[in-house]
Design a protein around this ligand. Structure first.
Ligand SMILES: *[C@@H]1O[C@H](CO)[C@@H](O)[C@H](O)[C@H]1NC(C)=O
Ligand SMILES: *[C@@H]1O[C@H](CO)[C@@H](O)[C@H](O)[C@H]1NC(C)=O
Ligand SMILES: *[C@@H]1O[C@H](CO)[C@@H](O)[C@H](O)[C@H]1NC(C)=O
Ligand SMILES: *[C@@H]1O[C@H](CO)[C@@H](O)[C@H](O)[C@H]1NC(C)=O
Length: 341
């Protein structure tokens, strides 16, 4: 029996401890409103000033660079760095310093129990970007950065040991205002403001955002190879202790819509569709985690955040069903409008 579930179940699992263990093979969305949880720190944000546009035209890019907050973003000698250019990808476990922008989110359940569920990406010293469905009606206790092996206090890979993980509480949650107003996963992103700024190290580093025309244009190439990473670990499962990584291929939106009819004309521009290989797909990674892509610009290669893990099958084995990721480029205006020093 294959339990086919959507990623949003990650949160449901930890909050209800069993819902997802039941077999549900319909395409009915499990709705987070079934989950009781106090609304915490959720600040309704102002409606976006600019209409977000997918057109990666120069006007759009000039507008992006007009935000003062652009200076808060790490530059390309800081963000999305490759720690070792000779590295060979292909293994399942990450090395200790790979995907250092990945954050784990810890929740407090109504019972008082504390559990990790979703992931997020560090984008500045003060902000983690995650999925909206990872914060709506949930109580976040804190965010953990710099984790690799979830079972050990001090993580070591061979002789390389990382600094202890950094736990930081969240002072403010901002949800993309159009999320779920009309369409389920449109703009499934939220910003978590951290209580204190994070200091970067080899093990805690931000991801680059694609705010230049060179990078925006690359975000939806149907030939893209993306990477996703995470622990995919929940209370009920004995999954990875060590951060896992997986390469997935872009799926052209037309093909994707045949397999994921939930995508509409309206939501298509807000989606990156990727994966769908049996036994792989979204088994690796957590809701709210990063979909990243390497881009080389002016001879320098960095990792860029192009999507946030949003919707897909939590339990795998369903060939040909790609995962859906909230696409970052149409949300950049909102992000830049909502981060502060
Ligand atoms: C959050 O909780 C409120 C109050 O219980 C409910 O009205 C709302 O629909 C919930 N939101 C979501 C997205 O489930
Ligand atoms: C990038 O940012 C770092 C840290 O803020 C700064 O030291 C460095 O000079 C910047 N590099 C460039 C090329 O702007
Ligand atoms: C990206 O998406 C836009 C809008 O859907 C489209 O016009 C453009 O051709 C796409 N670019 C690539 C490289 O696929
Ligand atoms: C790449 O280099 C050119 C020429 O120096 C410069 O105009 C452009 O801004 C650079 N692009 C980026 C993304 O740094």
């Amino acid at each position: 029996m294959i339990c086919v579930e959507y990623l949003r179940c990650t949160v449901l699992i930890v909050l209800t401890m069993n819902i997802c263990a039941q077999k549900t093979k319909s395409d009915t969305m499990l709705n987070a409103k079934n989950v009781n949880g106090p609304l915490q720190n959720i600040q309704k944000t102002q409606s976006i000033k600019q209409e977000t546009s997918l057109n990666s035209n120069d006007k759009n890019i000039m507008e992006l660079n007009a935000y003062n907050s652009v200076t808060l973003l790490p530059n390309r000698s800081v963000c999305g760095l490759l720690s070792d250019e000779e590295r060979i990808f292909g293994g399942e476990s990450t090395d200790i310093d790979e995907f250092p922008w990945l954050a784990r989110i810890k929740y407090v359940l109504d019972s008082g129990k504390e559990v990790y569920a979703c992931a997020g990406s560090l984008i500045t010293q003060n902000y983690v970007l995650t999925a909206a469905h990872c914060v709506v009606n949930l109580t976040i206790k804190e965010v953990r950065l710099g984790d690799w092996n979830t079972e050990t206090e001090t993580d070591c890979q061979g002789r390389v040991c990382s600094d202890p993980a950094v736990d930081v509480s969240v002072s403010q949650v901002k949800i993309f205002p159009e999320y779920r107003k009309s369409d389920t996963f449109k703009g499934d992103v939220a910003l978590l403001r951290l209580q204190k700024p994070i200091y970067y190290s080899d093990f805690v580093r931000p991801i680059c955002l694609p705010i230049t025309d060179d990078t925006i244009r690359q975000d939806n190439s149907s030939k893209s190879i993306y990477w996703t990473a995470g622990w995919g670990k929940t209370e009920n499962e004995n999954k990875a202790n060590i951060k896992q990584k997986l390469a997935i291929s872009a799926v052209p939106i037309g093909d994707c819509r045949n397999k994921q009819p939930i995508i509409t004309d309206k939501t298509a521009p807000f989606v990156i569709c990727a994966g769908g290989v049996a036994g792989k797909d979204t088994c690796v990674g957590d809701s709210g985690g990063s979909l990243v892509k390497q881009m080389t610009i002016n001879k320098t290669t960095n990792w860029f955040l192009v999507g946030v893990t949003s919707y897909g099958y939590r339990f795998c084995g369903s060939e040909g069903r790609p995962g859906l990721y909230a696409r970052i480029t149409p949300l950049l205006h909102w992000i830049l409008n909502n981060i502060e020093d």
